[in-house]
Design a protein around this ligand. Structure first.
Ligand code: SME
Length: 151
């Protein structure tokens, strides 16, 4: 997908989410809505879901895709790296990321975006996997950061 098309698609998703995310303050309902829309509108999203930081564990939240690990081993993998570095992780080839946790052997690239509260504390991450190499770039990072800020 070219850059303009990608930005346009993310912008429309963000507009739609802005309209529909005012029904409740419940974060799980909002996460479920976000994941449902993203997963079905972005054709290269193979697995799309949240992990919530609960008592220093990363526990599976709302997602779309096949079964995934429910509790990610502490300080391993891409999701924990995003939490510990407090920044979005774009991984072009998961096989080159030391400690990557493979919930599905078909996954080849990944992006993980931290969700921060008003104090800047991380309370969850959005994890998106692709079954192709190099699926995510700076545009995905920027746009998904804007989207999770709607939570
Ligand atoms: N790959 C992630 C684990 C979650 S699954 O991709 C759904 C990681 O390395 O943290």
């Amino acid at each position: 997908m070219d850059a303009d098309k990608k930005r346009g698609r993310y912008q429309r998703i963000r507009e739609q989410l802005t309209e529909v995310l005012n029904v409740t303050e419940d974060p799980i309902a909002k996460m479920a809505t976000m994941v449902g829309l993203l997963h079905h509108k972005m054709d290269y999203f193979f697995w799309t879901g949240f992990y919530r930081l609960v008592e220093r564990q990363l526990l599976l939240g709302p997602y779309q895709g096949l079964l995934a690990c429910q509790n990610l081993p502490k300080d391993q993998g891409v999701c924990w790296a995003a939490v510990n570095r407090k920044e979005t992780m774009v991984v072009p080839n998961v096989h080159e990321f030391k400690g990557h946790i493979a919930c599905d052997a078909r996954v080849k690239s990944e992006i993980v975006v931290p969700c921060k509260n008003k104090k800047g504390e991380i309370y969850a991450v959005l994890d998106v996997d692709s079954d192709k190499l190099n699926s995510f770039d700076e545009i995905d990072a920027e746009e998904l950061e804007k989207i999770v800020a709607l939570l």
